[in-house]
Every structure is written in C-alpha cells, then in structure tokens.
Design a protein around this ligand. Sequence first.
Ligand SMILES: Nc1ncnc2c1ncn2[C@@H]1O[C@H](COP(=O)(O)OP(=O)(O)OP(=O)(O)O)[C@@H](O)[C@H]1O
Ligand SMILES: [Mg+2]
Length: 319
Amino acid sequence: MTVSSKPADIPVVPLARICAARVLVVGDVMLDRYWFGDVNRISPEAPVPVVRVQKKEDRLGGAANAARNAAALGAQAGLLCVVGHDEPGERIVELLGESKVQGHMERDPVLPTTIKLRVLSRQQQLLRVDFENTPNHEVLRACLARFAELLPQHDVILLSDYAKGGLTHVTQMISEAKRASKPVLVDPKGDDWERYRGATLITPNRAELREVVGQWKSEDDLHERVKKLREELDFGALLLTRSEEGMTLFTDSQVLHTSAEAREVYDVSGAGDTVIATVATMLGAGVPLVDSIIYANRAADIVVGKLGTATVEYNELFA
Ligand SMILES: Nc1ncnc2c1ncn2[C@@H]1O[C@H](COP(=O)(O)OP(=O)(O)OP(=O)(O)O)[C@@H](O)[C@H]1O
Ligand SMILES: [Mg+2]
C-alpha cells in the first residue's frame, strides 16, 4: 500500500518532549573550511592564480553536522568520534561547544583531522584540498568501548557513515544498541551494507541505494528491490531521500511517500543530515516513525531554503 501524506496533518510535539530526547551520534566528523579572497595576479612560480585571503569560515561537517542538527531542534545531542591532535580537531571541539553538542572525542595522535578546505574567489571555487586518513586500530577499539559506556545514557543511536573509518565497528555497535532496545538509524556509505545488518532505519539517498540494489525501472520495481534488501539485511525500515522528489519510507506494513514542498531552494548540501537528525530526535521524543518522517520532510523543506546555517530550530519546525 502506498500512502501520500501532507505535512499539515501532524500536531505540535511539545518542546519539553524534544528536550528530553537523548541522541547519540557516532561516525565520521569533518571540518568544512572556506577561504575567500581576491585574485589580482598569476603566481610567478607556476601558472596559477594567487588568492589573497580576506575571510575564513569553518563549519561542522559529516556526523558533526547531524549532531548539530539534533541539538538545534532542542534534543540533547552527544557525538562520539575520532579526531587528531591538531588545530582542526580543536576547532571542531570549539564549534561543537557553540552548537551545544556534547563531544565525546577519541584522539588519534597521528591522525590528521578530516578537513575539506575550499579556496574561493568571487563565489567561484578555485581549489579543494582534503586532509584525511583512517584512524588507528587501538583508537577505534577505544571508541567501541566508549560506545558501550554511552549507550545506557541515550535513547536513540544515529550512525553517520562518511567512509573515513570511524565506523569500523558499526556491526557490533548496532547489535549492542539493539540488545539495549535502542533504535539505531544509519546514514550509509559504500556498497557493503551487510555491516549495517539489523539497523532500525537506514536512510540512503538515490545514488547510495542505486549502488546497492541497482537502477530500478519503475516505482513497483523500486518497491520490490527495497523489500528484498530489507528482508536480506533485516532492516526495520528504509527511508529513501530523493532530493527534489521528496522522500519515501518503506516498512513492513506500508510505503509512505512525502513530496518535497520547498518553494525556493538555495543550498541542498547537508539536507540528508537534517533528515536523519530530525527522525532521530522525534523517535527520542517518543513520536512514532511514520510521523517522524513527516517532520523530517518539513525540516528538509526549511533547510534547503536557507543559505549557510544548514540547521532547523524547534520554532521554525512548528511555526
Ligand atoms: N532540490 C531539492 N528540492 C527540494 N527539496 C530537496 C532538494 N534537495 C534536497 N531536498 C530535500 O532534502 C532531502 C534530503 O536530500 P537528498 O535526498 O539530496 O539527501 P542527501 O543526498 O543525503 O543530502 P546530503 O548528502 O547533501 O546531506 C530530500 O528528501 C528533500 O526533502
Ligand atoms: Mg547524505
């Protein structure tokens, strides 16, 4: 059965219930760094433009952006992740503090903290420079031990995979969370989803799902492929985010489609983080899954209409 739903049907969730929701985000964090400046000459060293940097901006990315989104809605958000002993690592800690996210950082002394540096001039990106590496094994084991300690203090687990190695022990984290009867939400990456076996909800975008089930030929074909995948890997539900087409939730009992209603779209990057963070927050507040999806759709509509911030606050969601 396919149902389409309108956002207007859903009542306000009291702020006190949202504030009681304890969401633990685990995964790959990164720092999105932007350097802006003018170009007035070509380098004498090589045929490349010379940018004189006039403005710098840093934003939380990856799992940190998901955690920041949960905190912006009013949830108690914790973030378990690995960073290096370096300036970008310190900057992430500082930004988490400003975003009211409780950081549980494991430090890898030789790891460069993941950072994506963009150099821009006149709204044009000239270069992107990435620093990243896989955290070492001991640090990842320490992360897993810390996860077991943090689990009892949280209501919902959100695993945000950006394929940087932070979720090496994801399968074990999922089984521990399920043993503790906590819902586990996964934002997946890559083509090996066996490692997410048993997740309560998995939230791929179109390209991520295509990589695993192949290209579907019709909606019916999509439903078949998702059904098979859910059965094989024991996923409680799958939420396909479909950019301008909105999102579709697949559960045992139904397929629920919600359309994107954004009137003006300014910045779609990070909308997937907003979606999963909103679902996690709502589940933590005791909202049923199907209703949580409607709120997530509304949050996504709001966030794509914003420039820069990439989060949605309680008052905006329930305006
Ligand atoms: N162009 C768009 N127009 C309207 N809504 C959009 C658009 N792009 C994204 N959205 C909204 O945001 C949701 C998530 O976007 P999308 O499916 O692109 O996730 P994503 O690829 O994981 O995003 P990201 O990885 O950049 O965070 C969509 O389900 C939709 O509600
Ligand atoms: Mg995404």
